[in-house]
Design a protein around this ligand. Structure first.
Ligand SMILES: O=C(O)CCC(=O)C(=O)O
Ligand SMILES: [Fe+2]
Length: 336
């Protein structure tokens, strides 16, 4: 959402004027274009100006193995939103059995610091199909379509299509967030379904909100996105400053149907974590990429879309899913 280089006092050049006054043409730092200057006599900002490289002393700890225990995962998450994972996952990171006949979820830590987590089987294939269907059904009451959120002057380019959904229209996704990750319903931003067609992408950005938006729920503490379909290559979620466990390449999470990706745009106290700069890579020819996505705030958040969207309207539907999936057993003191 935010292009954070702006308004920060630490950027190498003052690019604030660019944001406010004219559409930006960002140039690659390696791509010098004829010393062209704008009307303020400034050269066009480069990607490095807008998303400054991390200071060399920044702590970055890639994953060093493919399997982490729950205790190890919790240690990596200690400065971030409290997910109380021990209530739903055993020491091997496997979901504690519920009666729902679905494959148990499995935690995978993809990066230690900052933590990046994948949860396989977060949604079943049927649940993934239903969410895609919800978006394409064109039911204006349940979800509202928003074309690319890129606006003139924005520094990040998003070319996909989003649908902002009613909380009550996605009870299975929310039931899992509430009963497996213990996220308070009131802190959830409106869930969004996103479709990328071939070549579409979301370029480098941070998920944190701008200071002007903090009045609504405070900072975004967690991004949860679930891939609704599998892509063999292309369309990955790429982190500029993180490395994979072999440490030979930047961390890129390949879409796998039903797998959730969790990362943390800010620490629990609301301080943004600059290490989470990421992009949704372009989708290859012949493919589409679908995700469902939600941001979790520090405090109560009030939805803007679709009109009349209230978290409380989802309580009944979520409880119904929870009963059906056997979530209430073994979850004492639920947030609902
Ligand atoms: O599509 C992706 O893989 C990432 C999407 C994303 O970063 C966003 O919507 O904020
Ligand atoms: Fe993002």
């Amino acid at each position: 959402l935010a292009a954070k280089g702006f308004g920060k006092t630490t950027t190498k050049k003052d690019t604030t004027k660019h944001e406010r006054s004219r559409p930006l043409r960002i140039v690659d730092s390696k791509n010098t274009i004829n010393n062209e200057l704008d009307k303020w006599g400034l050269p066009p900002p480069t990607v490095d100006d807008i998303f400054p490289p991390l200071p060399p002393e920044t702590e970055l700890k890639p994953a060093t193995k493919t399997h982490y225990t729950l205790s190890e995962i919790q240690a990596c998450l200690k400065d971030y939103i409290d997910l109380q994972l021990h209530r739903s996952f055993d020491e091997q990171g496997t979901e504690i059995a519920s009666s729902n006949q679905q494959q148990p979820m499995q935690l995978h830590l993809l990066h230690e610091s900052p933590p990046v987590l994948r949860i396989d089987h977060f949604l079943s294939p049927d649940e993934c199909h239903e969410l895609q269907h919800l978006a394409t059904s064109n039911n204006q009451e349940d979800c509202i379509q928003v074309e690319s959120q890129t606006f003139p002057g924005a520094v990040s380019q998003r070319t996909s299509t989003s649908w902002f959904t009613q909380y009550a229209a996605v009870p299975q996704f929310l039931a899992k967030a509430v009963y497996r990750l213990h996220i308070p319903l009131e802190h959830m931003e409106e869930p969004q379904i996103v479709r990328y067609r071939p070549q579409q992408l979301f370029s480098w950005h941070y998920d944190e909100v701008t200071p002007q938006a903090l009045h609504n729920g405070g900072q975004r503490l967690m991004t949860i996105l679930v891939y609704l379909n599998t892509l063999p290559k292309s369309g990955g979620t790429l982190f500029r400053d993180l490395r994979n466990s072999q440490q030979d390449e930047p961390l890129c999470v390949q879409p796998q149907q039903g797998s959730a990706l969790l990362f943390f745009p800010a620490f629990a106290d609301g301080r943004p974590d600059d290490r989470t700069l990421h992009q949704g890579q372009a989708v290859g020819a012949g493919y589409e990429k679908w995700i469902v996505q939600m941001w979790i705030h520090q405090r109560e958040y009030q939805a803007a879309l679709p009109p009349g969207n209230l978290q409380t309207s989802a309580v009944g539907p979520i409880q119904q899913v929870a009963r059906q999936y056997g979530y209430e057993n073994g979850v004492e003191g639920s947030t609902l």
